[in-house]
Design a binder for this molecule. Structure first.
Ligand code: SDX
Length: 394
């Protein structure tokens, strides 16, 4: 039973499309992956199960899940020559710059799976992307902090393997904390897909020209980097750090209201949600769990975040504009507590969103009616006029 929703006549989008993957009701604060509420998937499922659901449209049976997990697990290594890629970057390069360049180059290593007309090769490319993104993200982090790369391990689950590749060092044994791994896995679920957001629309538009899936994902990573989009988790933590204490909140709230001040409350507001982002609630709960597990319940930034949320949710200015916390508001505090520097926050968003980009790209490629995207414009320039020789110009 697929619901058919007629678009509001006022609905405008440069890449409006039909999709069966994710449904958002911005007024209700509802988010469904293939009809399943995000709250239930985050509570009862795991990330690879959500990946299967987003890609194939149904929750996997036990046998289907075991097969999918096995196929992803055995694709986690990357071509060893790719490790020299990282060495071309400055050590202090932003990891999102590394991700954009490295993922874009994947097609030169895995060109055998870039024939998008072949369903089997399409799925091999999809699996490779989901499997290799944690490895590439962890290598970008290790390169950034000057530590040796840590290879993936097939005996660890997806989130544990990622944390191990990021935080293990050769000189001592590293045991992944299962509570933190579960939190990481849930954070991946929350970021997996979000219908036609800016980066997904970028991937669809790039894919509509027939570009290979690795290049399309690289385009999505580049778009996600912006502070108004995926870069907001890094910007939100930087904002909370700049505010520093509860008594400075009124100063920043006043700035957010000042039309002459470009400052915005990072992690607040959304193009679609005009109610609480359901992911933000789950992220806040996860934040408390992670801080409690680490004994950091008194993290001063959490106190600032909760007080800022309380002020914004009662201030008539924000209430009138229906500004609520979005997924990025609490994710920064959580990711920092997990051990990541702010520069890695959007990389983690891109890692998780890869499955959403791939699922949306696959849906578009498999639609026989799909054609190359071609957004139109409203021309507001000059009417036709004649060329003027340079000596006659004023
Ligand atoms: C993500 O699209 C997606 O689905 C994205 C995403 C995903 O999963 O892919 O959900 C991920 O990108 C979440 C959003 C992360 N970005 C931020 O947190 C950055 C801070 N937020 C804003 O920059 C802003 O809210 C946007 C960019 C998210 C939305 O910008 P819009 O479209 O201008 O917001 P709007 O139309 O709802 O704004 C209504 C009014 C405007 O004022 P007026 O021009 O009507 O006077 O509210 C104001 C805005 O200026 N406003 C804010 C504000 N967000 C909107 N004022 C202060 N602080 C804010 N955060």
């Amino acid at each position: 039973q697929t619901g058919r929703f007629t678009l509001d006549p006022g609905f405008t989008s440069t890449a409006s499309c039909e999709s069966k993957i994710t449904y958002i009701d911005g007024d209700q604060g509802t988010l469904l992956y293939r009809g399943y509420p995000i709250e239930q998937l985050a509570e009862h499922g795991d990330f690879l199960e959500s990946c299967y659901l987003l890609l194939y449209g149904e929750l996997p049976t036990r046998a289907e899940k075991d097969d999918f997990v096995h196929r992803v697990t055995y694709h986690t290594m990357i071509h060893d020559q790719m490790s020299s890629f990282f060495k071309g970057y400055r050590r202090d390069a932003h990891p999102m710059a590394v991700m954009t360049g490295t993922v874009g180059a994947l097609s030169s290593f895995y060109h055998d799976s870039t024939d998008i007309s072949d369903p089997h090769l399409r799925m091999v490319a999809s699996l490779r992307m989901i499997a290799k993104m944690p490895t590439i993200a962890a290598m970008a982090y290790k390169y950034h902090v000057g530590q040796p790369f840590v290879y993936p391990r097939n005996d660890l689950d997806y989130a544990s393997n990622f944390l191990h590749m990021c935080f293990a060092v050769p000189c001592e044994d590293y045991k992944v904390n299962p509570v933190l791994a579960r939190a990481m896995d849930r954070i991946f679920i929350l970021h997996a897909d979000h219908e036609q957001n800016a980066s997904t629309s970028t991937v669809r538009l790039a894919g509509s020209s027939g570009a290979n899936p690795f290049a399309c994902i690289a385009a999505g990573i580049a778009c996600l980097w912006g502070p108004s989009h995926g870069g907001a988790n890094e910007a939100a933590l930087n904002m909370l750090s700049e505010i520093g204490s509860v008594d400075r909140i009124p100063e920043y709230v006043a700035r957010a209201k000042d039309k002459n001040d470009p400052f915005r409350l990072m992690g607040f507001g959304h193009r679609v949600y005009k109610n609480y982002d359901p992911r933000a609630r789950i992220m806040q709960k996860t934040c408390h769990e992670v801080l409690a597990e680490l004994g950091h319940q008194d993290d001063p930034l959490l106190e600032v975040a909760m007080e800022l949320e309380k002020v914004a949710l009662t201030d008539p200015y924000f209430v009138d504009k229906k500004l609520y916390p979005n997924i990025d508001f609490y994710s920064g505090i959580t990711l920092r507590a997990l051990g990541f520097p702010t520069t890695m926050f959007t990389v983690l968003f891109a890692l998780a969103r890869t499955v959403g980009w791939i699922a949306q790209w696959k849906e578009m490629i498999e639609d026989p009616s799909q054609r190359i995207g071609r957004p139109r414009q409203l021309y507001t320039g000059y009417a036709e006029r004649d060329y003027q020789p340079i000596d006659q110009r004023r």
